[in-house]
Design a protein around this ligand. Sequence first.
Ligand SMILES: [Mn+2]
Length: 280
Amino acid sequence: MYHIGMTQWITGDEPLEVSCARMKKYGYDGIEFAAEPYQLDPDECVRLMKKYDLNCRSLCGIFGEERDLTADGGAGEKAVQYLRDSVDLAVKTGAGIIIVVPSPVGRTKKPEDRTIEELNQNAVNNIRSAADYAQEKGVRFAIEAINRYETYFVNTLTKALKFVEEINHPAVGIMADLFHMSIEEGSSVDSLYMIREHLLHVHIADNTREAAGMGHTDFKEILRALKRIGYEGSLTMEFMYRLADPYSSRKVSTQTALMDRYAEQAIQYIKMMEKSIEES
Ligand SMILES: [Mn+2]
């Protein structure tokens, strides 16, 4: 059975402890904290994990305009420093993986003052530089391809693979997010096979970005593929309210009943699919 996690930043403005209690209640193994080294108190994170018997395998990088890994100069350095500071938070919470989106989320047009080659080179250099630090600390970066409505840059797993091969660093791999894949990949299963050697982490949401089982993604086929390629990481739930801007779900006041329903549905559905594969 897979380690089942849930990312926390999707829940809205509720206190961390409320989220942890929910995860414990519905049988989650782990929590994915937001990589917010300037906001989160690592001691408090550790205290809550102990209290609710959760572990932390990954941190979810948050990439607003001010954390732009495609930038050069001071802006690029600031983004690299953010990754280094996130590595320190990862070490303190026990997370071995940090999710990295190589361009600001929501920037769907290429900046006009740079060529795509320049932006790509900046991102490769910045991530490589932070990856040296991550490697020293035993942490790896998982590059996430997000869909075309959230970025012009790395928005398919084909692009993610090319990007990661260009970075060519032992501390940098790829993650698979089933929601983004449902928009961009011709076949999610074929794409999982394509990135198999680099796959470090998985985000689970249905094609509507709600909890697994609420849309039309075939999770049985996905889980079978993950098993066949020997994936041993976490399945981390990242469902959301129906919002166009994903980061706005951090600020909305939490719809507690809906969050409870998503959290319960997601884990029960995935466990049911896992069981049915084992029996077949
Ligand atoms: Mn994701």
